[in-house]
Design a protein around this ligand. Structure first.
Ligand code: SF4
Length: 360
């Protein structure tokens, strides 16, 4: 099996679902890394990408109360005003940030106009700020509370300055898994439909996969398979973003540390994503999930992007991530250079930004 798969990758051919399942279950880890590196070099050569970005989580109030989530807080939660958000972004902008990443809970007290005003207020600071905001789960919620269609919601937000969608809320598409970890969240099919709508309107996005909860290997392959199929149609996904699950403060039963994913398994997933998703240009190995050293290893297992500066990340840290809550450009570039990679600052849609001189 190994030689058949190696031939396909050497010839830049697609691997099958059966190949992918074999790799996940039986593939030698070093073989996975080697094959993923071939794919990665074909796509991006020696470059590694990052974003100079700022995270905003506008509300912790959420009616979905997903079992996987340690972020929502309906007792002592907060909601940020548009004015406060504008001030926060203005401060970050002064430090050179050129992108904001916005996600939050499903809060019925916030009308669609709040999100439109938020985008406009950020763009008022500088039209060049890239806004990556609102997962398909949130877009669906906005449509339900406003009575508008999904395309109309997306159109309103795009007109207000929305640049791209993050890839969150995908979790694992399998209905069995969703019924256990996020029963009230939109289905995997709906998530894909909303991404298809966004892509058709020129709104690009990422695609995540949350693994390490209750999924079976076949459900991982199914998830990737559905992403690959949509990408064949729309070419609208910028990056595949694997997310290892952190259990702390969530309702999921696998809450003991020993059941969290291992570093070896993380590398299997990242490299499989690169090998299988041959129509994705970029694979992320986020430093805030995998740590500084983990993301460096990930660069040798198919990843070409280790994430951004973030500034006070909340969501994965609520669930027990032990990484710092932000990183400097210097730290990110240093991590990449130490792996022999050429750091490139981009927006989340991989447009080059004005480079800031980094002295290392
Ligand atoms: S994962 Fe998202 S939708 Fe689910 S409870 Fe958390 S914030 Fe709400």
């Amino acid at each position: 099996m190994e030689s058949i798969i190696a031939d396909k990758i050497q010839n830049n051919e697609r691997i099958s679902d059966e190949d992918a399942l074999w790799l996940l279950l039986h593939g030698d880890l070093m073989f996975l890394g080697e094959m993923a590196s071939i794919r990665r070099k074909n796509k991006v050569g020696n470059k590694a990408f990052y974003q100079y970005n700022f995270n905003i989580n506008h509300t912790t109030i959420c009616e979905n109360k997903c079992n996987l989530c340690a972020f929502y807080d309906n007792e002592n939660g907060y909601t940020l005003s548009v004015e406060r958000i504008q001030n926060m972004v203005a401060q970050a902008y002064k430090q050179g940030v050129n992108e904001v990443h916005i996600v939050g809970g499903l809060n019925r007290d916030l009308p669609l106009s709040y999100f439109i005003d938020m985008c406009r207020a950020i763009k008022d600071i500088d039209q060049k700020i890239h806004i990556q905001a609102f997962t398909p789960v949130e877009i669906d919620f906005f449509a339900r509370i406003s009575g508008k269609s999904i395309p109309d919601v997306l159109s309103d937000l795009k007109e207000a300055g929305l640049g791209s969608l993050p890839g969150g809320g995908a979790e694992i598409f399998s209905p069995r898994v969703r019924s256990l970890i996020c029963p009230d969240k939109i289905s995997g099919t709906k998530w894909l439909e909303i991404m298809a709508d966004a892509h058709s309107m020129g709104i690009l996005s990422n695609a995540t996969m949350l693994y390490g909860t209750v999924e079976k290997p076949e459900e991982i392959i199914d998830h990737m398979s559905r992403l690959r199929a949509l990408q064949d149609q729309t070419k609208g996904f910028c990056a595949f973003v694997p997310l290892a699950f952190f259990a702390r403060n969530t309702k999921i039963q696998t809450s003991s540390i020993s059941k969290e994913t291992s570093g070896v398994y993380d590398m299997r997933i990242i490299s499989l994503g690169r090998i299988y998703l041959d129509n994705f240009d970029h694979v992320k190995c986020l430093w805030m999930i995998y740590g500084y050293k983990g993301c460096q290893v990930g660069l040798d297992f198919g990843a070409d992007d280790i994430g951004g500066t973030y500034f006070d990340e909340i969501i994965v840290h609520s669930a027990g991530a032990k990484t710092p809550k932000s990183a400097t450009q210097e730290e990110i570039c240093s991590l990449m250079r130490n792996m022999g990679r050429e750091p490139v600052e981009v927006t989340s849609t991989y447009e080059l930004t004005t480079p800031v001189e980094v002295l290392i």
